[in-house]
Write a protein that binds this ligand. Structure first.
Ligand code: IPE
Ligand code: IPE
Ligand code: MG
Length: 240
């Protein structure tokens, strides 16, 4: 249960890791783990809607995931197409705005068209923004932002870069969760997570349920975010 007074993060970002291990432990092909991962995401989106989270950003396919075996990569691409065909209508009804974040030009036309159609279908929704990072890398994002700012003739500053980043339509994540037991960022939101709180879960992504989400939110609620200041400044007390 959420602790009394514990703040609900406005923006939660998740590295959904552990699908492959979930499948391998069951002697299933890795793509079966990715399919189960979609179920977990559906449950997580509903939980975020129920808790009043405004933005959910998930890492679905990294710039580096192209280096996986070809059958897994093509399995992930076709899974994306079939999931969109099934899920966009209920997301639309639930007020979810879908956004795809990443180097979408490198995707096949079929996948890209599916993503763009889903964005158009849900563009008017305001209850929850669901950013799906797909062919995304934090380094890619910083480089593409720098290229765009340079091409516009503007000076490169934190503000101009920030405005050109792929997640400029949402505030920075308050809470970053990584499932699957690894303690690394794997090229996720390098720029945007500068002052995020991190929670690492041993649960594999398909097993990450609303109770685990509540535990992460409760842990977040106990953190003191200081943004470089002293504790006294943050709580409004005078230093002793
Ligand atoms: C995360 O699960 C999903 C993607 C990277 C697409 P993994 O597929 O990395 O699962 P593990 O880490 O091998 O268990
Ligand atoms: C990060 O997981 C990418 C996604 C969850 C999409 P990886 O499984 O690719 O990360 P590493 O390789 O273990 O660092
Ligand atoms: Mg992994």
């Amino acid at each position: 249960m959420r602790q009394p007074g514990g703040a609900v993060p406005r923006h939660i970002a998740i590295v959904m890791d552990g699908n492959g291990r979930w499948a391998t432990r069951r002697f299933l092909p890795r793509v079966a783990g990715h399919r189960q991962g979609v179920e977990s995401l559906r449950r997580c989106v509903q939980a975020c809607l129920d808790r009043g989270v405004q933005v959910l950003t998930v890492f679905a396919f990294s710039s580096e995931n192209w280096d996986r075996p070809q059958d897994e990569v093509s399995g992930l691409m076709s899974l994306m197409v079939s999931v969109l065909a099934k899920e966009v209508a209920p997301l639309k009804t639930n007020g979810v705005q879908l956004r795809f974040v990443g180097a979408l030009d490198a995707l096949s036309e079929k996948v890209r068209n599916g993503l763009q159609q889903a964005e158009r279908d849900t563009a008017g929704n305001r209850r929850l923004v669901l950013n799906i990072c797909f062919n995304y890398g934090g380094r890619w994002d910083i480089a593409q932002a720098a290229r765009r700012v340079a091409a516009s003739g503007q000076e490169i500053t934190e503000a101009s870069l920030n405005a050109a980043m792929a997640l400029a339509h949402v505030p920075d994540p308050d809470l970053v969760i990584r499932t699957g037991g690894e303690f690394r960022i794997s090229n996720f939101l390098l720029w945007q997570s500068a002052y995020s709180e991190f929670v690492f879960s041993d649960k594999l992504w398909p097993d990450f349920d609303p109770q685990a989400l509540d535990e992460a939110i409760a842990a977040y609620g106990k953190r003191e975010r200081r943004f470089g200041k002293t504790s006294e400044q943050v709580v409004g007390r005078q230093p002793a």
